[in-house]
Design a protein around this ligand. Sequence first.
Ligand code: ADP
Ligand code: MG
Length: 417
Amino acid sequence: MDKLTIRDLDASGKRVLVRVDFNVPLEDGKITDDSRIRAALPTIRALLAQNARVILASHLGRPDGKVQDGLRLRPVAERLSQLLRMPVPVTGDALGAGTQDAVRRLRPGEVLLLENLRFHAEEEKNDPEFAKALASYAEVYVNDAFGTAHRAHASTVGVAKLLPAYAGLLMEREIAQLSNLLENPARPFAAIIGGAKVSGKIKVLEHLMGKVDVFVIGGGMANTFLLAQGYSVGKSLAEPDRVEDARRILAAAEAAGVRVVLPVDVVVAKEVTRGSEYKTIPVAKIPASWHIVDVGRQTLALMEEALEPARTIFWNGPLGVFEIPVFGTGTRQIARFLAARAEAGATVVVGGGDSVAAVEQEGLASKMTHISTGGGASLEFLEGRELPGIAVLLDRPKTTTATGPSGAPSRDPEASA
Ligand code: ADP
Ligand code: MG
């Protein structure tokens, strides 16, 4: 990795501000899924083992710059306290004299959680004064919130410019796993792209085009490609204004020798609702007033045949409207298939909020090589974009052992910075 991580840091006795992603789902004030809290534990534990004073900062939900009691971090602090088996006090506010005081009193080996950063509109605006206030709490900054690394906010970018900034262990793992897909995947490399919209994922398809051997396209995404192939898709979710993009992608794939697997049969429903009438039909026979809600059995067989030899597989986007169980057959079957491939030694990476939810519903998360904690962030990463929250972290100094053609040490123009 070309960024410094907490492995490069001696945090002993230091105040360390750690940006974590504790944006967990809540129902009636109860956390329904604590995986994001668990994902931050390795970094927190490593810093505590170094005897650091750990100040955690996160957002929760979208309070839009106002205090919302339902989005306070207290339930998160309680859960974290259970997991760490130590008290985790949470401040009443991310700013203010009380918080400054709590930070000052924090001793080595203790943890403090700042209240929801997004109670202040300044957070998302990357306000310099807000960043300065956060920076004043600590001597070192660590970013472990990969899920917000694509946002230039005060706690992800502003503060990182004011303190020595390191990657946490979760951040390190996300960057390593996703970079591996782009830079060095074991071949054949297959990408399964599904979900709702072509428009949001077109850049990912384009960036992966030069890298994958196989594209498997399903879900709502596939409908626009079916239009591009000349089929009618009835009332299905599709983006007619993206048909040209789909055609371009299909042509580019053909030119590059990339195999594209599209549905040959689909499940169609009268309405996209529970209890609606549904049937499986070939893609050439989609009734004008029905909706595509899942891939069919022949399609699944075709997809599995194409994926079988792959040594690296990336999956983003469900293959159907999996929230309605009868339309989730394709998504569940692919999840199970990928878990089996991972167990057989393939590298399987799953990214995207809904795809990850589908894998977790099936209890298969632990079988996959990597489950990305960042939906939007992982997609932007795979578009080849530099994420602002990563770019701002300290670069690993380049080694100076290289020698030039004359045998004299070569001058690396970037190494002097
Ligand atoms: P992710 O969060 O994994 O990136 P998306 O947000 O792009 O995935 O897409 C997930 C959504 O796509 C789900 O809500 C699912 O119901 C929907 N979806 C999948 N297939 C279809 C389809 N054929 N028609 C309509 N919606 C679909
Ligand atoms: Mg989604």
